[in-house]
Ligand binder design. Sequence first.
Ligand code: PMP
Length: 414
Amino acid sequence: MTDLAAGKKALNVEAIRKDFPILSETVNGKPLVYLDNGASAQKPVQVLDAMDRYYRQMHSNVHRGAHTLGDRATAAFEGARDTVRQFVNARSTREIIWTRGTTEAINLVANGLAGQLSEGDEILVSQMEHHANIVPWQMIAERTGAVIRPIPITPEGELDLAAFDILLGEKTRVLALTHVSNALGTINPIEKLIRKARDKGVITVIDGAQAVPHFKPDVQALGCDFYAFSGHKLFGPTGIGVLYGREELLEAMPPYQGGGEMIERVSFEKTTWNTLPYKFEAGTPAIAEAVGLGAAINYLESLDRKAVETAEQALLQHANKLVETVPGMQVIGTAANKVPVMSFKIEGLHPSDIGTLLDQQGIAIRTGHHCAMPLMDFFSVPGTARASFAFYNTLDEVEQLFAALQKIQRLFAD
Ligand code: PMP
């Protein structure tokens, strides 16, 4: 509790909550308790204002250079790209590609690498991947004859590292791995695995969607080739995401989509591609959303990230302690190293009933398969209920969740 007190003091959660207007909403007559941050996080007023200011004072199309508004829009848009570059510690903004989100980023990489894959090549993905880091690879495997090899996990929900060492072989070309599991909260030791993969010349693609809301990735320290994440889980807008890619690899990849912006010169005889990062950004981009994401990162950077982690871990520890107060409750995913995500089931209750009954009490959680069906198969469950916390959640909200679960449990036990 001392750590928590220190973390909360440094973080000033009550002041932070005032930055998020939606947290003052009532839902079904109750004050909102928002514990579905893994699905999408809420936005601080700093992000809303940045987007509003952009549309009121700067909007025009970017990279046209024809007039002042266009210059303002371009400066804001490219400024946001540099904010992202600093956030992930990329060497250059040429390595930062705007996408619609993690899903599009991974599809872009998978399509871009297709030309380098052939019959029998192996793509390692883990059993705990989100569908966004499985299905694009399956589609590419179908096209190229490559084979998907799943890395198994342990009953605690950690990667089976011994199995990984065996699977990483002569035929492995790509390692596509999540930094943090959305359904379990497990933080994978990706640095170690990336090193092993790179030693064998394997391309590494990291799904950072669930990691970046909790800690800053350093792509140079991690040594990965690609790192993808979504703006909306990072307290920024929907419709925008990021693909970091190592410059040499991006240079070697063909464009993902064709159209305006991504070309250097077009003729009916031959079209040539624009330089990085624009080669991968066909069409008018999501300008206001990029600006909003830049503002979200600036907001996060204004917080003490260490204090954020301490406070988040305190929420998780408190939730873990309260599990025994709900008879029949079982946590799925008990890895030693976790972000504040709690997936669970309660004996005799369907996850979707838990979700509906919590909603009636103003508490928002996620229920279902979490777009991780192979993981649900591993745990032999159709789905789970999942509470996912952010730094603006409070211990009191954790307690409200458990009080509500006890109430539901009693209701069904009668
Ligand atoms: N990967 C992980 C681990 C996720 O949690 C999600 C979102 N649930 C995605 C990928 C897909 O992100 P998006 O829908 O924003 O593209």
